[in-house]
Design a protein around this ligand. Structure first.
Ligand code: ZN
Ligand code: ZN
Length: 352
């Protein structure tokens, strides 16, 4: 090979690798489950058993989210601390065990709907006296910036139609369970976004035994700087979260240089950059076949077809939408997208 040719190949290699490096430099994609119940509420297996099996199955993170409700046989107030100790013992440089609880069985009058809270110091019983959704939202707002919550298995009508939003309440609930127990929950996602919540889609196995740990392939993807509890929680709080039916589909979505989950203020235009990659290059079924950019109400704005295990795409549009997100399609899934990105929001501030 002559020198010019070698130089050309090196330059080409750098060009091809650049988007990977640009994505990997700042954030890594980590894959896990955000929803599980043990013998401490209505599930099977202890938290320690769940964590151990998740670790063996190659999860980067796994959250125990038992119902914090006195009505369950296995419930004891001190169990939250016991689960935290199990998480501390299970966590190492390759695995993060998270602890939270499910706020559930709330029966109104101000709306019903389950929510998971991750990493809070304490729990709140949804069936307690005078505990309503607005009371929960305000309690959550006092829990500090290392806590993140999700709407669980939602529908458009749950949470009283996603009511009671305030600026303060918006910051605590950063995720939406798009996939729960193998079912997709898309209409409620659009409803939540249209009501003004800023939520990123996640996937919760909602395990009530340890069966799903090995047998379910869908995951919550998190873009974090490194695999520590602090960084995973920071990423969840910042909405750098997506859901994927494939256990390791990597996804970076940026607009005007800002990563998914960001809010752009009064942009003149929006330049999107997309980088998707599946490491299982020997599996033809894991090829990326299409990426769609959608706006308000899931309206299809632009798309691009691919047939490769990595796909990149740059596109600039006028800022006509309040939010944008991606749908990613892979060869093996014929009935809909494989992955849903976190939105990037566009905010109009008067006088700017
Ligand atoms: Zn639930
Ligand atoms: Zn649950």
């Amino acid at each position: 090979m002559n020198r010019t040719k070698t130089r050309y190949i090196i330059a080409l290699t750098v060009l091809v690798l650049l988007p990977t490096l640009a994505g990997a430099e700042e954030y890594h994609c980590y894959f896990g489950n955000t929803h599980a119940h043990s013998t401490f509420s209505d599930g099977k297996g202890t938290p320690a058993e769940h964590f151990q099996l998740a670790k063996e199955a190659g999860y980067d993170f796994y959250a125990m989210t038992d119902h914090a409700l006195a009505k369950y046989k296995g419930y004891k107030p001190e169990n939250y601390e016991t689960t935290k100790r199990a998480a501390g013992q299970a966590t190492d440089s390759k695995f993060v065990a998270l602890v939270g609880f499910e706020f559930s069985e709330n029966d109104g009058p101000k709306g019903t709907g389950h929510l998971n809270v991750l990493n809070s110091a304490s729990t709140l019983d949804a069936t307690g006296p005078k505990v309503t959704l607005p009371v929960f939202y305000d309690w959550l707002a006092t829990q500090g910036p290392t806590v993140a919550a999700s709407f669980n298995h939602p529908a458009p009508a749950t949470y009283n139609g996603f009511a009671y939003l305030t600026d303060k309440r918006r910051e605590g609930i950063t995720m939406y369970e798009m996939i729960n127990s193998r079912a997709l929950r898309y209409p409620g996602f659009l409803k939540a976004l249209n009501e003004g919540w800023r939520v990123a889609p996640m996937a919760g196995q909602d395990n009530h035994s340890t069966w799903g740990i090995q047998n379910l392939a869908y995951r919550t993807g998190v873009l974090a700087q490194s695999l520590t509890r602090e960084n995973i929680m920071e990423a969840m709080r910042a909405r750098r979260v997506y859901c994927t039916w494939d256990k390791n589909l990597h996804l970076w979505f940026r607009a005007n240089g800002r990563i998914m989950g960001s809010v752009l203020s009064n942009p003149a235009s929006v330049s999107f950059s997309v980088w998707v990659s599946d490491p299982d290059t020997s599996e033809p079924k894991d090829r990326i076949t299409r990426v769609e950019l959608v706006g308000e109400n899931g309206k299809l704005l632009r798309w691009k077809d691919f047939s490769a295990h990595t796909a990149s795409w740059e596109i600039t549009l006028p800022p006509t939408q309040k939010y944008y997100f991606l749908l990613v399609y892979c060869a093996d899934k014929k009935d809909g997208p494989t992955a849903y990105s976190a939105p990037i929001w566009v905010e109009r501030r008067p006088g700017k």
